[in-house]
Design a protein around this ligand. Structure first.
Ligand code: ARG
Length: 468
């Protein structure tokens, strides 16, 4: 039997492998709600423009509502022979309401239909993700506020470099996530135009009202060029690009959590809710969620590469290649949403250990820069000379297995006789962080204010404390 939706000119059935390669229903069924919303908007417009009579319009809309309920109740059987979500729904509509169903596809094509569905789907996702990211920022800012004065080692090359506060470190991620949200909002703004009414590629000879369907579906305006409307997937690419950058940020924080929660660091303990045990080593408490957030980046970046590759060199307008946009994109959206949820939970639950952080911050000559700065300020040494003197003091201390503050004044003066006892005031990690008062620096006062600002901003953004 030839396909009942398009089989008019076909004499025999398609090959089984053709059906398998052609079908998208296995994954595009998740567009059902958007597909039905698009069809309802289209039907209402056809009625308003006199292309469809009221009676058929009502029949179609009722049928579509019935199908929506059936799908949501799990009572809808999706058929691979019907290829995709669009034809599955249309065929069901015909079963339910008879010949009126055949009028719904007037002045449209699956090409503008799928582009519309996918834009709506990504828009819904972006709105959900934006709230989820606000919540992640909220949890980070809460912890940052609580730990605005908790001293930890700041690292370069993963070597202790200068002391910072834990709050400052967490707020760095709040800033990154703010830019991620900005990128995703930009993507949303550009994608919010309606392809519906572009039809197969050239527009339609029917006197349709594209503004009406655009408005009904919450789009800002109809897309201006019918070829563009059905043939580009840049809105997916933009979303995946922004998600790849977000995933990169999340993976860095995840990696830090893996490091921080190791026995060697012991900076934080992750909660039972976000760790697993080992079936053989009873002492283990593995940061699986953090590792998986770190790893999910691979799928998200992969989806971006997949779609960039699929789209490259496609002639306008629609080609079936573009059906390959959905699986990787859906997978990436799921991975991103799950990663943000896991990260939010881990951050909310994690228990920092300030004493471990403090001890590590004091080790490894982390206040050497403070000593050099003191030599510049108190003794008016040029910074390069101060750097050299400090290097000799670090060597003196390390040769005898001590920290800088454990040197005696006499020993210091053996390197430079002008050094006074006042130097000891800058060698503590607390003095070090407290002195970093430059804008954006790690001084606890700065960090407290920055955390408060973020909490206030996120609070105005709808992130009320009650939601925490
Ligand atoms: N399932 C198709 C897709 O996802 C819908 C569009 C089909 N259009 C076509 N001309 N065959 O791209």
């Amino acid at each position: 039997m030839s396909n009942k939706m398009w089989g008019g000119r076909f004499a025999s059935a398609t090959d089984a492998a053709m059906e398998a390669i052609n079908a998208s229903i296995g994954f595009d069924q998740r567009l059902y709600a958007e597909d039905i919303a698009g069809s309802k908007a289209h039907a209402a417009m056809l009625v308003a423009t006199g292309i469809l009579d009221d009676k058929d319009g009502d029949t179609i809309v009722q049928g579509l509502d019935a199908i929506l309920s059936q799908i949501e109740a799990g009572e809808f059987t999706f058929s691979t022979a019907l290829e995709d979500i669009h034809m599955n729904i249309e065929a069901r509509l015909a079963e339910l309401v008879g010949p009126a169903a055949g009028r719904l596809h007037t002045a449209r094509s699956r090409n503008d239909q799928v582009a519309t569905d996918f834009r709506l789907h990504i828009r819904n996702f972006l709105d959900r993700l934006d709230s989820a990211l606000a919540r992640l920022q909220w949890e980070l800012a809460q912890k940052a506020f609580a730990h605005h004065a908790t001293v930890m080692p700041g690292f370069t090359h993963l070597q202790a470099a200068q002391p910072v506060t834990f709050g400052h470190h967490l707020l760095a991620y709040v800033e990154m996530v703010a830019r991620d949200r900005g990128r995703l909002r930009d993507a949303r703004r550009r994608l919010n135009e309606s392809p519906l009414g572009a039809a197969a590629l050239a527009g339609t000879s029917f006197a349709i009202d594209r503004d009406m369907t655009a408005e009904a579906l919450g789009f800002d305006r109809p897309m201006a060029n019918s070829l563009d409307a059905v043939s580009d997937r840049d809105f997916v690419l933009e979303t995946l690009s922004a998600l790849s950058i977000l995933a990169g940020h999340l993976s860095r924080l995840a990696e830090e959590m893996v490091i921080w929660s190791s026995a060697q660091f012991g900076f934080i303990t992750l909660s039972d809710a976000w760790t697993t045990g080992s079936s053989i080593m009873p002492q283990k408490r593995n940061p699986d969620a953090a590792e998986l957030v770190r790893a999910k980046t691979g799928r998200i970046n992969g989806a971006l590469m997949t779609l960039l590759t699929v789209m490259k060199g496609l002639p306008l307008a629609y080609s079936k290649d573009m059906q390959e946009d959905k699986e990787p994109a859906f997978d990436a959206l799921d991975a991103a949403e799950l990663s943000v949820a896991a990260m939010t939970g881990m951050v909310a639950d994690m228990e920092p250990h300030p004493e471990r952080m403090r001890a590590a911050a004091g080790a490894g000559y982390a206040t050497a820069t403070d000593l050099a700065d003191w030599l510049v300020r108190a003794l008016a040494l040029p910074f390069r000379e101060a750097h050299h003197v400090t290097g000799r003091l670090v060597k003196l201390a390390s040769d005898s297995g001590r920290e800088l503050h454990e040197l005696t004044l006499e020993e210091m003066q053996s390197v430079d006789p002008r050094i006074t006892a006042a130097v000891f005031d800058v060698l503590s990690v607390e003095a070090s962080v407290a002195s970093r008062t430059s804008y954006g620096g790690t001084a606890p006062d700065n960090v407290r204010r920055a955390a408060q600002d973020w909490l206030a901003r996120l609070g105005e953004d709808g992130m009320a404390p009650a939601q925490v």
